[in-house]
Design a protein around this ligand. Sequence first.
Ligand code: ADP
Length: 559
Amino acid sequence: MEKVLSDIQIAQRTTLEPITSIAEKVGLTADDLELYGKYKAKISFDAIRRLSKNRDGKLVLVTAINPTPAGEGKSMTTIGLAQALNRMGHKTIVAMREPSLGPVFGIKGGAAGGGYSQVLPMEDINLHFTGDMHAITTANNLLAAAIDNHVHQGNSLRIDIRRVVWKRVMDMNDRALRNVVVAMGGTVCGFPREDHFMITVASEIMAVLCLAEDLMDLKRRMANIIVAYDLDGQPVRAGDLGVAGAMAVLMKDAIKPNLVQTTENTPALVHGGPFANIAHGCNSVVATKLAMKMGEITVTEAGFGADLGGEKFMDIKCRFAGIKPDAVVLVATIRALKMHGGVKKSDLQVEDVVALEKGFANLAKHIENMRKFDVPVLVSINRFLTDTPAEIEKLTDLCRAYGVDVSLGDCWAQGGAGGLDMGEKVLALMAAPKKPYKPLYEATESIAKKLETIVREIYGGDGVIFESRAKKQVEELERLGLDKMPVCVAKTQYSLSDNADLLGAPTGFTVTVKDVRVCTGAGFIVCETGNIMTMPGLPKVPAANRMDIDENGVITGLF
Ligand code: ADP
């Protein structure tokens, strides 16, 4: 049998085209680009404004079932499908999120697709890329520094230091920083208080970057962020501290979308990357809208399962951006469905048609959910070498019996050639007339009602329990008139419920809300459920332990 190459080996053997040639394919000239070396560029807002006169192309959303910790190949399928559509003669562009260093050095080891469907140069994209994460981290922490400095310098805004809600961030999994005490060391160091770190991708600055239309909108939104409450319980905003302008200075390049290419030289915009379990989970609105102006078809993705990224794509991103996908591709793997059917992680290699049939309930629920948004759905089975013919046949039959079209995708092993059937089926779905945008709930409903709707309709639960602190927070937001925004649920990605151990399609559960906070810059309300953490930890053996670089600069261990 031929040796299977790792993602990074495939990436290193691929011949890249200069980014200026990739740009030409989508109507951009060298003047439109700000080059970051030979293979990466940011696109100027002059170019974005010029292209905004073009007609919108079609939009395909790739989402998935509840995943295993390794991921189910959503990014890989997003890239593979775009490559397939390009092979079929349709000018197609990828719009996807930037990786965070947390998972790269933690469990996943990289997040730029996989096999012969990757965005390149994958080492750069997975590491510091064009510095967007650095800019977001710095803007976030400038605001944090401004809060403590304001208090230290006399606190004219009368900030209640027990009620500072703005947290510091870092783009690394580091559980030791979840709860810290800052300003220790006496009077010159300020007033000591309990503080917290989140991972950068959970920062509201990241959400704002992903939802803003341009730099001025980004600045306005950042000024509007609530950072603390004063001694009368009134919100204190970033604008009150006078640093919104400086934050915008730090973000001036980060707001511009990044252009790269795939393993088959398909243009790809990789820009913005909030996690879908603790934030809203989709790449920037600027990049998605630009891709739709540049190409006939844009393939984009939403993080984790369709209960998180998919729901938020529809209810948050589409609502704000005024867009709607023409088709949804739901990625499923046989190994994950077997896990949903009760198979242990260590036994996933063994054929088990019965467990697969049982685990199908998870996929069925996601199909039903996506249809609630009035979008046509295709299931894409991401084929693994360990899948058996009997399992593939079973899953195909189950999908057909459920009344959903299904395609067996092999974009990991074959690149775009492995996605031609998927491409044809997506085109067929998109040929039908598009139905109007249909969110799951109205933003003007109460927080409890909005959440209840998501829990009942999407998760399949019986209802919501607000812990006493969360109840008080909801009452406060109602008192301040800040409750009429979409809801962004922070929840485990492994289960449809808020308990990671409840696999399949559980019923009879309730979802417990621990914390409710408003993101006035982003324009949504975050409800933290279950044991979700906004600062992940590293696993026992992190991906970092496998990484290395040699004297020629060749990296190993990213995948
Ligand atoms: P997701 O976007 O769902 O998190 P990714 O596309 O990032 O998943 O893929 C996760 C990892 O799984 C990558 O390292 C990728 O190479 C690997 N992978 C994806 N599909 C396959 C496949 N069919 N066979 C083997 N490995 C795969």
